[in-house]
Each structure stands twice: as C-alpha cells, then as structure tokens.
Design a protein around this ligand. Sequence first.
Ligand code: FES
Length: 65
Amino acid sequence: MYICVCNAVTETDIKKAVKNGANCLHHLETSLGVSNQCGSCICDATACLDRAMESQMHSANPFSI
Ligand code: FES
C-alpha cells in the first residue's frame, strides 16, 4: 500500500527503512523522500513508522508481549 503517493513510497519501503535504522519522520524524509512534496502523507507515514518500530521491537525481544 502506498503511504506517500508523491514519492511512490510503500509501507514495505518504510519497514525496510526501519530495519536499516530509521526511527523518525526526518529519517524517512531524507532516505525515501516521504513528506517532502505535498506533505499529505505525514500522519500516515508517522503511523506506519510507529507500527514498524513496534513490530521490530517485538521481534527483537521474543519474550515481550
Ligand atoms: S503524499 Fe507524500 S509528499 Fe505528497
């Protein structure tokens, strides 16, 4: 699913960026271009970033809830 239509950035792209160390919207902007044009994707990109970071945190710690 596209998160940032202007830059053709998908949820998968954001998950990969998080795996590569992205942990804030600024990192997504510099690495993928998210929100650097119309800006309408900021809320969705932030939510996607949060989900990806939470998912990665849980997969890194199999004993967490
Ligand atoms: S949809 Fe992301 S900058 Fe326009």
